[in-house]
Design a protein around this ligand. Structure first.
Ligand SMILES: [Ca+2]
Length: 158
């Protein structure tokens, strides 16, 4: 972990520093690597836009899960959280074009997906942002109201 985060005083960046100590995700060799705010303090539950902005302040972006390998790593990493069924924002969204989900940080279509059964359902015609939640014992994807407050997963290059 680079020392630059050690200089940062804010709680949010402290979260990054702490999570960088967590093994597993950091063993992923392909960039970008992922980090998650695992310490559940109030301010880490934010809407999708706020989450995106916070990730940007960390020189990163909301995470994109572009293949099964990353999905499995995240599922394994977050396994201890499963009983609480936390919801985590990803960068996926169809804000620009209903039903056409893209990863915000790359602009690429979500070719790899792990939707929960029956999702995405565009509930109440108001679900445009992608979150992870627990379904069937696994973290799976769902489309959700972007203004809901969730935890979030960022990614950045190291
Ligand atoms: Ca949904």
């Amino acid at each position: 972990m680079k020392s630059d985060t050690a200089e940062v005083q804010s709680n949010r960046m402290l979260l990054v520093k702490e999570t960088c100590k967590v093994k597993g995700l950091l063993k992923l060799k392909k960039k970008p690597q992922l980090f998650v705010p695992i310490k559940k303090i109030e301010e880490t539950e934010v809407n999708w836009f706020e989450a995106s902005a916070i990730c940007r302040t960390m020189n990163g972006s909301l995470a994109s899960i572009e293949n099964e390998r990353i999905m499995e790593a995240i599922d394994q990493h977050l396994a201890p959280e499963k009983p609480a069924d936390p919801w985590w924002w990803l960068s996926g969204n169809d804000l620009a074009s209903e039903g056409n989900f893209v990863w915000a940080n790359t602009g690429q279509p979500m070719n790899y997906t792990l939707w929960s059964t029956g999702q995405p359902n565009h509930f109440k015609d108001n679900e445009h942002c992608v979150n992870l939640w627990v379904s069937g014992g696994l973290f799976t994807m769902n489309d959700l109201d972007c203004k809901r407050h969730n935890f979030f997963i960022c990614e950045r290059d190291y």
